[in-house]
Design a protein around this ligand. Structure first.
Ligand code: BES
Ligand code: MN
Length: 455
């Protein structure tokens, strides 16, 4: 292993340059205008996997963005690891808040700054390079490796989920390795064993069939923005509970053991509030912050559009208002059933004076994976070796929609060995990735392949 680790160490600066090239591609999956960039980005990943030494490297077109697949199956009798990542990124707005251009990566203060630096190009790139280091030094991998990289994680992974259903043999494996989560704190190696699911909807309210003069008509017809605001305000009760009927019906209760484990993490509300720039935290009564983040479902308005939003004033009574709402779900909530409950609830809150439409954009199930598996043990050991500290186990508030499908369809444990930090500003201006985590992530990846090959 020493020669592999040394190779990774000695080539770190080259990897950074290559990662920068990857980050220069604006692969924003939610923007139709960026289709060509998605294809270009998939092509870039293909080239890197080929250069790394993977033998079969292929693009699989989908109804959406292409999937990138690679394999090297030269170790009969040894386990197979499927490494998952996503090459798509989130939009960059508001652009004026970026210190650098989002797609012109910069290295400063021991970090690499760009959209995708953490989520997820930087994180999955470590695995491509660790595989390459094995080939370059030992001429082979210690076990069989497959890669599946998608370009639609940030929009719900629909096409990968379909592909998975139809290609279980191709993706068959003994474990799925994913680096797309955060470490509990800087320097603390972390394995995540639970993710929340998601239900993302839009609520559109229409009043009059055109914008109206707010003086001539104000007082005569319902204002869609006012009405939408009223609806949104009724989605939580005074205890911070979501008012959608049956919302909590199937929520899995936290076990005493898990509760105790969370308490061992010594989470500080005060420190957390300070880091986020708020005077105090907020949320569902009766649960600690970690419980609320990791084990409780939530509902949040993600965006609201309507009326006049330019500088200055315009006296207008808008025809339409729209809210984008996400619900983070936990096991065993069913997003399909909840979409129906949510829609009914919104209609029941809508007065006759407006027309309301609810649209589901995407959804995914929450997941908790068993902590006892060879793959998780190997990952915990590998991360400890790389970071020089004991690995801890956390759950996570974010979502990776395909994980549930991996676990169910492939019947393989998912190992979430995250290298990001909550302070990396993913989905936000000035996203960045700690160079130290990039470097130690390379080692952790190599150690994992080695450890798991021995199990
Ligand atoms: N890497 C994130 C998930 C994540 C976020 C893990 C924060 C750990 C900490 C992933 O790329 C992501 O953002 N997922 C989306 C999925 C959604 C758009 C379907 C999310 O959670 O919003
Ligand atoms: Mn993301």
């Amino acid at each position: 292993m020493e020669v592999v680790i040394n190779h990774l160490k000695n080539n770190f600066n080259n990897y950074l340059e290559e990662l920068k090239d990857y980050l220069r591609i604006p692969s924003i999956s939610t923007l139709e205008s960026h289709k060509d960039e998605m294809i270009r980005c998939a092509g870039f990943a293909v080239q890197k996997l080929k250069d790394a030494g993977m033998t079969r490297v292929e693009i699989f077109p989908t109804a959406g963005n292409p999937l990138v697949y690679a394999e090297w199956l030269g170790k009969a009798g040894k386990p197979t690891v499927l490494i998952y990542g996503h090459y798509d990124v989130q939009p960059v707005d508001p652009l004026e808040l970026w210190k650098d251009q989002p797609f012109e990566p910069v290295i400063r203060d021991g970090k690499i700054w760009a959209r995708g630096a953490n989520d997820n190009k930087g994180q999955h790139f470590v695995h491509i390079k660790s595989v390459e280091a094995f080939f370059k030094t030992l001429g082979e991998l210690p076990l069989n490796v497959k890669f599946i990289l998608e370009g639609e994680e940030e929009i719900g992974s629909d096409n990968l989920v379909l592909f998975l259903k139809e290609n279980q043999d191709l993706l068959k494996c003994d474990a799925v390795l994913i680096s797309d989560t955060s470490m509990y704190a800087k320097g603390v190696p972390t394995i995540t064993y639970g993710l929340r699911g998601l239900l993302y909807v839009e609520v559109e309210v229409t009043g009059p069939d055109r914008d109206l003069h707010s003086g001539s008509f104000g007082g005569a017809v319902a204002n869609p923005i006012n009405e939408l605001a009223k609806i949104i305000s009724k989605l939580h009760d005074k205890n911070g509970k979501v008012t959608v009927p049956n919302f909590y019906k199937n929520v899995l209760k936290l076990t005493k053991k898990e509760k105790d484990n969370f308490n061992l993490l010594k989470f500080s509300d005060k420190q957390y509030a300070k880091e986020l720039g708020v005077k105090e935290l907020h949320g569902e009564k009766g649960f600690t912050t970690l419980e609320r983040l990791w084990t409780r479902p939530t509902l949040d308005c993600n965006g609201i559009i309507g009326g006049f939003t330019e500088k200055g004033a315009k006296t207008v009574l808008p025809s339409k208002a729209l809210a984008k709402i996400s619900m983070r779900l936990v096991p065993n909530q069913d997003p399909v059933k909840l979409a129906k409950e949510f829609t009914k609830h919104i209609y029941s809150l809508s007065p006759k004076s407006i027309k309301t439409e609810v649209r589901t954009l995407h959804y995914g199930y929450g997941v908790v994976v068993p902590l006892e598996s060879k793959a998780i043990n190997a990952a915990a050991k590998a991360a400890s070796k790389a970071f020089g500290k004991k690995t801890i186990f956390t759950r996570e508030g974010g979502s990776i929609p395909v994980v549930v499908d991996f676990v169910k369809q492939l019947k393989a444990p998912a190992v979430l060995m995250g290298l990001g930090l909550d302070s990396d500003d993913i989905h936000s201006p000035n996203e960045h990735f700690l160079l130290e985590n990039f470097e130690k992530g390379l080692y952790a990846s190599a150690y994992f392949l080695d450890e798991f090959s021995k199990m």
